[in-house]
Design a protein around this ligand. Sequence first.
Ligand code: NDP
Ligand code: OXD
Length: 309
Amino acid sequence: MALLFSSKWDDPERWRRAFAELMPGLDMRVWPDTGPVEEIEFALVWAPKRGELRRFPNLRFIASIGAGVEHILRDPDLPNGVPIVRVVDRVLTSRMSEYVLAAVLRHHRNLDVYERLQRERRWEKLPPRDAARRRAGVLGLGVLGSDAARRLAALGFDVAGWSRSPKAVDGVAGFHGPEGLEPLLRRTEVLVCLLPLTDETRGILDARTLALLPPGAAVVNAARGEHVVDADLIAALDSGHLSGATLDVFDKEPLPADHPFWRHDKVLVTPHVASLTDERSAAPQIVENIRRARAGDPLLNAVDRAAGY
Ligand code: NDP
Ligand code: OXD
């Protein structure tokens, strides 16, 4: 029996090396060279093609190469009843928090403004701001959002977070549910999006919600491009309502060369690198899930298909 690897963005050989140390007998096949379809028992994928996974009648689980799973769930022909698991990993979490801290500090310390001033050779001192009086807000208090929120609080920011169900994170003011979104946005000067992409969260950052942020607020999106309505974000930046945005994820990736984000002087674009999965760190949980699936034990990091994350 074999594991299918399918991703046009990730290097299968790195994963093969990581598995070789942990499970030397694992037969890894790389899409589209799958061999007989009935031999595929496990799939490790990023953005599989529509109908791809339905070809394998003996699949025991589908593992996302990353933390998000919308790239799997969006397949209308996804086989029913096959569990989906995702990566929950210390390295992935730390990398994301580093990105969030870097982006929030860049806005907080006006580094984005100083970059613009430097281009104009202007020696101008902006008034310093105190982190304790700076309100950061994190949308999504899951594995990644709660770690980032905790670390922002440890830096001294006044932090709040938003989740679907009530969540207690040390040092972080909690808001939840649809009714919790508006008060969180109204108090947030640097907003970080770390939500999963679901029917409920698609387009959540639009003209209406961005207008609830106080004037001068900044936005960091490290979740998914579809969380943001691009034209509404650009309008809020152009009107001066928002001071800046740091964007790691986009509706279409790679970001098309003619997209206005590339040349917007208030936008920092990074190419979906906020937190790349480290295969050496993540492979053990895939191997453990293979063991569990074979033993009939509950899988690690299983996704709730109905909730979409
Ligand atoms: P989790 O599933 O651990 O957490 C999701 C959080 O979002 C939970 O707190 C959940 O609430 C909350 N949430 C979900 N739906 C809603 C809603 N409708 N209203 C309010 N809150 C909601 O996910 P992770 O933290 O592991 O990852 C988050 C996302 O980050 C991934 O889905 C992925 O898209 C993105 N990501 C991006 C990367 C990059 O490099 N740019 C790398 C890795 C991930 P509750 O706690 O109540 O369930
Ligand atoms: C992920 C990602 O979901 O890399 O892990 O975006």
